[in-house]
Ligand binder design. Structure first.
Ligand code: GLA
Length: 382
């Protein structure tokens, strides 16, 4: 609070987590199932009302700050971190929510930036939730996810699906979220891993081409869909096909690359459902195998992994006690997620880290992490 000085208005504290996707990659924009979980680290926002009409944004992690007025000026992008919360305000305005006063917003982020653990979704969702709470408005977390995705798509200009914002808004401790991305119906699936832990490994690869490659994959899927619609006009998303239907139709897709992309989508969707069955049956070994199959499909069919992610997964698989390992998020860098026996975690971090560095020249970071809560107010927060 040093940066803001004293105020008679009480501050409230909110937190939104990062997310890891356990399985179901590149399925959200294809209308399929995903299985993300909220992390135990995230973005904390301390917010306090002001007596004027200014909204100020400050972060303990970043130097740049910004102040805007609630009254009407067109909100513009400045390519700073403040674009994320301002994008949210722009979407709130479009929905007809006018803020009734100014606010001071102070953020602290614990999610490594650019690691594919949804630091931006976390920033968006915590802003929307906090502002609606301060205004005494309803905080429907599904609506908050939707408006935060719009902020990302329209204000930031990144064409991502709904998964990240949805997981950050709706996660629950010790549960994974089985989300049907077409209808946004979801179920919380108990994620009880007993003696096994989630270990996230960061490639620390510079992000580079992620956005352009991501858009390329989206348009390849659109092409596959158009072709398949000639056979099944009612098809609106690739993930509506089951693997048998796809097998009987795949020859209509002449372009071999496009066919492989579609095959990944259809098979990965089935894998999510199968993996949830194994989770519910308490069969973590089977769940781990589905994770590894998912990585292989992303590597060979969808081609979004790259040397760094493949190296981390291969090295993870060498460690006894690893049940499964895969890339998580968009790919081309970012992180892997592995399910590792607690007695092997130390060895995992040491050996995977060392071998990864020997193979790629990059140092990795590891986060051993449980499943945390979706966005919430931190009661008793200062
Ligand atoms: C990124 C996007 C998500 C999703 C994943 C791939 O994280 O933001 O919407 O498409 O990639 O599963």
């Amino acid at each position: 609070m040093d940066r803001y000085g004293e105020s008679e208005h009480p501050a409230r504290v909110f937190n939104a987590p990062g997310r890891v996707n356990l399985i179901g990659e590149h399925l959200d924009y294809n209308g399929g199932y995903v299985l993300p979980a909220a992390l135990e680290f995230g973005t904390t926002l301390i917010i306090r009302r002001r007596d004027d009409d200014q909204i100020s944004f400050t972060s303990t992690n970043m130097d740049d700050t910004r102040t805007i007025s609630i009254n009407g000026e067109a909100l513009n992008r400045t390519d700073q971190w403040t674009d994320y919360p301002i994008g949210v305000i722009s979407e709130l305005n479009k929905l007809g929510y006018r803020l009734s006063c100014g606010y001071d917003l102070l953020y602290q982020g614990d999610i490594p930036n650019g690691a594919g653990l949804s630091s931006s979704a976390s920033l968006e969702v915590v802003t929307a939730f906090a502002l609606l709470s301060m205004e005494g408005k309803e905080t429907d977390t599904v609506e908050i996810a939707k408006l935060s995705q719009k902020a990302e798509n329209l204000f930031i200009g990144v064409n991502s699906g709904i998964m990240d914002q949805f997981a950050v808004a709706n996660g629950k401790a010790d549960h994974a979220i089985l989300l049907m991305c077409d209808t946004l119906e979801y179920e919380l699936v108990p994620f009880q891993t007993g003696a096994y832990q989630i270990v996230i490994a960061n490639t620390n690869k510079r992000r580079g081409l992620v956005d352009s490659k991501y858009n390329e994959r989206r348009s390849e899927c659109d092409r596959a869909l158009e072709i398949l619609q000639q056979e099944i006009p009612a098809l609106t998303y690739l993930a509506q096909l089951n693997p048998e239907q796809f097998a009987s139709l795949q020859d209509t897709i002449q372009d071999e690359t496009v066919r492989r992309r579609a095959k990944h989508v259809v098979e990965e969707n089935q894998r999510v459902l199968d993996s949830v069955k194994s989770l519910r049956a308490g069969d973590l070994e089977a769940f781990g195998q589905y994770m590894t199959q998912s990585h292989n499909s992303l590597r060979y069919l969808y081609e979004v992994t790259g040397d760094e992610l493949d190296a981390l997964v291969e090295e993870a698989q060498r460690i006894p006690g690893t049940l499964g390992s895969r890339m998580t998020g968009a790919g081309f860098g970012g992180c892997t997620v592995s399910l590792v026996h607690q007695d092997s975690v130390e060895r995992f971090i040491a050996e995977v880290g060392e071998n990864y560095e020997a193979r790629t020249g990059l140092k990795s970071d590891f986060y051993v992490c449980g499943v945390g809560h979706g966005v919430h107010e931190v009661k008793g927060g200062k």
